[in-house]
Design a protein around this ligand. Structure first.
Ligand code: HAS
Length: 542
């Protein structure tokens, strides 16, 4: 990656890891509060910590890391950024950073204790919503920069398929742009006027629906950059080839189509939405599982083909040929492995009857600590081991490689205890998002306590793992020996089918996506507006 472009990527990654550190402190403290081990000093509240944890890790760490990584991928595969794309990269960065700072300060001042989902009628200071708006607008500006770079490449290379990485980066940003329309509408037209007191009521059901219109594709915005690594980077690291360029592109297109009109699967238990519309969106939810199954297939095929090239025999001989000692492979691989139970948990959540059991329990918290906080986070760490030294002109040393393997193992151990306990105690009925309580020493609530202690133990191990990761990041950025670290990009297997060019027909895909969204949302949204319940004055926090 060109040095000038690399600075955009590096700045994003730096903010991401600062957010990871702060968010982790909040996470550690909250598991201790939840299990009754400590009481917070100085009037700090459990829900305040939970908001900081969710916003800093779920929104800030991910968004900054992703946009930094995507910028590096676009620059690496389509050449030095155009002036316009470079400027957009910086403008987007500053808008997001200013927005994040405002939002974080509001949370720390206890003026925005509304959790990362900021459901009405919980009401934060208007500045919290203004900060969020700046983050979203900043991400749009970054996205436009990437689209410009991609369009410039396409113009200069008429009739050719774009480099796979740049296609994937564009698909991820297209998904993000369509998804963030929902959160932008609710924040601009509902939350900001309501929190300033210009209107005294808010349509709660509509605001939650607009949030989940955004909230579900948000999880695929987290996942797709990890898939970029799994599809394109991992084949190179294991000495293999990308199984099929066309299959990878098709998987990304399916995410653009099916990840948005599915928000109701977070609202299955919400009254006020006709079950027919919930049913339709659940069917679409099962459609969005398909590209992940395709990904699993492609990964197994990649591993097997690479292993056989190296002389592996038998059904599972390829397993031994994988580079287990290379953290650039090992960390994302553990992410993939854990994505199997994590995805199964998602399918449980999405099943109507099972959702009645798990909704709003710690089972859901367990699910997303496996998906985003393990599959995605470990892959982002896996990327950092080569991306940071690549951008700073340094190398990944064998000492850091070993530390990285320890970091990954610690993470998996910590998550085994924490997420395992969350899944189990969730099935026993323990609610999510509740500060320490024994419900008047009720026997059922008391039976949850050992699991909550296991969560705290897991949380403590994870905190140590995060400290180790922060050390590794600082080392790679400032202390590692100078040199050249490869930006691994796999070549496509020569036996794969040629990529059909219609896969890059964005007008078609955005059009189909719009039709699906209109089908899934128009009638229920009109219903919500026409039959709006009286609304609520909200619970002010300041
Ligand atoms: Fe989810 C709730 C359904 C995937 C994140 N999810 C959440 C929340 C978050 C989240 C943050 O239907 C909580 C939101 C909140 O605060 O309330 N989720 C799904 C489904 C999938 C899914 C169907 N979720 C994700 C991903 C996330 C994520 C990905 C983050 C990155 N989720 C739900 C539902 C809820 C929900 C309901 C609401 C629950 C409620 O009631 O509140 C699917 O996309 C999952 C498909 C995945 C697979 C796995 C494929 C496996 C692969 C790995 C292959 C491994 C290899 C290596 C090759 C089918 C690709 C193995 C090698 C060997 C040698 C063995």
């Amino acid at each position: 990656v060109n040095r000038k472009d690399g600075k955009i990527a590096l700045s994003h990654i730096a903010v991401a890891f600062v957010a990871l550190f702060l968010g982790a402190i909040a996470g550690l403290l909250q598991t201790f509060v939840r299990s009754g081990e400590i009481e917070l000093p100085a009037g700090i509240g459990y829900y305040q910590l939970l908001t900081a944890h969710g916003v800093l890790l779920g929104l800030v760490f991910t968004t900054f890391f992703i946009i930094g990584f995507l910028y590096s991928a676009i620059s690496r595969t389509t050449g030095t950024l155009t002036n316009f794309s470079n400027k957009s990269g910086w403008l987007g960065f500053w808008l997001k950073t200013i927005g994040t700072s405002i939002t974080t300060v509001m949370i720390l001042l206890n003026k925005a204790t509304v959790l990362y989902t900021f459901y009405a009628p919980l009401q934060a200071s208007p500045w919290f919503y203004i900060g969020l708006t700046l983050v979203v607008v900043g991400s749009w500006v970054s996205g436009i920069g990437m689209f410009h770079q991609y369009a410039t490449w396409k113009k200069a290379n008429k009739g050719k398929a774009s480099p796979l990485m740049s296609f994937m980066a564009v698909a991820t940003m297209v998904l993000w742009l369509i998804a963030t329309i929902g959160v932008a509408v609710t924040v601009l037209f509902q939350f900001i006027p309501w929190s300033f007191g210009w209107v005294d009521k808010i349509n709660i059901l509509l605001s939650r629906t607009l949030f989940w219109y955004f909230g579900h594709p948000l999880v695929y915005f987290w996942l797709l950059p990890a898939y970029m690594c799994w599809y394109v980077v991992i084949p190179k690291i294991i000495g293999g080839k990308v199984f099929s360029d066309a299959l990878a592109r098709l998987a990304f297109v399916l995410f653009v189509l099916f990840s948005i009109p599915v928000g109701f699967h977070h609202q299955i238990l919400e009254s006020g939405i006709d079950p027919v519309w919930k049913f339709i969106q659940i069917v679409l939810t099962f459609m969005v599982i398909i590209p992940s199954l395709m990904t699993a297939f492609a990964l197994f095929a990649t591993f097997e083909l690479a292993g056989r090239e190296k002389g592996a025999k038998g059904l599972f001989g390829w397993f031994k040929k994988l580079p287990w000692g290379d953290v650039r492979f090992f960390a994302p691989f553990m992410g993939m492995l854990i994505f199997i139970p994590a995805g199964a948990g998602g399918i449980i959540n999405a099943s109507n009857q099972l959702n009645q059991v798990v909704h709003n329990t710690l089972f859901v918290t367990g699910h997303f600590h496996l998906t985003v906080a393990t599959s995605v986070a470990l892959t982002f760490f896996g990327i950092s081991y080569w991306l940071i030294p690549h951008l700073t002109g340094r190398t990944l040393t064998s000492k850091i490689n070993k530390l990285g393997i320890i970091q990954t193992v610690l993470w998996c151990f910590g998550m085994f205890f924490m997420s395992g306990a969350m899944h189990t105690v969730g099935l026993l009925g323990a609610p999510r998002r509740t500060a320490f309580t024994t419900y008047g020493d009720h026997s059922v609530a008391l039976s949850w306590m050992p699991y909550q202690t296991a969560m705290a133990v897991g949380g403590a191990i994870l905190f140590v793992a995060i400290l180790l990761m922060i050390y590794i990041v600082i080392y790679l950025a400032f202390w590692s020996p100078k040199g050249y670290e490869e930006y691994p990009i796999g070549e496509v297997n020569e036996q794969a089918e040629a990529t059909p060019l219609f896969l890059e027909n964005w007008k078609l895909w955005i059009g189909v996506s719009a039709i699906l969204i209109i089908l899934a949302y128009t009638v229920p949204v009109i219903d919500m507006i026409q039959n709006a319940p009286p609304g609520s004055p909200g619970f002010k926090l300041w």
